[in-house]
Design a protein around this ligand. Sequence first.
Ligand code: SAM
Ligand code: SF4
Length: 357
Amino acid sequence: MTDNGDIINLTEAGALPPVDPGTPDDWGDGQLVDRVGRAIKNLRVSVTDRCNFRCHYCMPEEGLVWLKRDELLSYEEIERLVTIFASMGVEEVRLTGGEPLVRRDLPQLIEKLSRIESLTSLSLTTNGFTLEKMCGELVAAGLQRINVSMDTPVREKFAHITRRDALPEVLAGLEECEKYPELAPIKVNAVAMRDFSEEDVLAFAELARRKPYIVRWIEFMPLDAEGKWDQQDVLTGAELRAIIESRYPLVPVQDNRIATAQRFAFADGTGEVGFINPVSEPFCDTCDRIRMTADGQFRTCLFSRWETDLRAPLRNGASDLEIEHVIRGAVWRKEMKHYVNDPGFQPASRSMSQIGG
Ligand code: SAM
Ligand code: SF4
């Protein structure tokens, strides 16, 4: 317990950020806000640490220790926490993992969350492997938006990077999404890696022109379980954009929302692409995002080295107000920035699939 009564789970001794923890008076009781005034609107909820792929930049081939079933938050527990977050001004919720579609009965969770009226967006990030089969149920349960991860449109390269020969299933999942106009927009996310992604850029641009998909590239981040990330492997958004513009002129799309992606339309009006550049152009100053892991640990930054345990108070009979205080105290200490580009950068306390990307 800290002086403020927060229950803190140190992932590593001394990992708490060296900042003034504030008091409940500082934390306020309206919109969830951190100590520099960033309003928190966007919550990512991981529903599992497991996955049916083994992407090189995320998971090792084998050897990860999975959470046990009773360590995972139940759907009722997730619903309660999301309801509390929503009462503090969180408007957008994205379900992720691991691979969220491997968690049994996911539509049941979506159905529960879709009843929280103040949420303006309920979305899912998936590798798409079982999407063809599940899309209808997900939409019927209330899913509003979807991001499908696909790093290359070339089957052999896809099999290499994910360690699964599954590109046809992912493409079929995307096609299935097109049948549901309620599910919009459909986004395709590709991790951009040097000496891997360059040759696919124009094919992806053409996909974005041919299909109703917004294709976005995200820079490779040091969140891989094997710790192999190297700055040299980061292919920047600016480089990707230059490749596209060598063939197709782009025009910026104005977006007044706090967006992590820089959006561009093709100049002839057909299609849209986006670039998420957390390494080359960090957007920490406007970050409105928080995360909850599948085992109920609350993280205020993707690169956090500390977590706040929400599962323990939840299971120990804490009231909503007590849980709200734990959350507000943690958000107050939200990291100012990630230190990926700084000397002495220390990786996050968990890898991407364990956090929930
Ligand atoms: N399994 C789902 C999927 O792949 O979409 C959801 C979880 S996955 C961790 C979420 C996103 O994180 C995916 O788009 C994935 O490509 C991305 N990701 C994973 N490791 C990454 C890394 N080291 N750098 C950048 N993005 C990464
Ligand atoms: Fe699984 Fe997604 Fe990680 Fe790939 S990026 S291993 S699909 S969790």
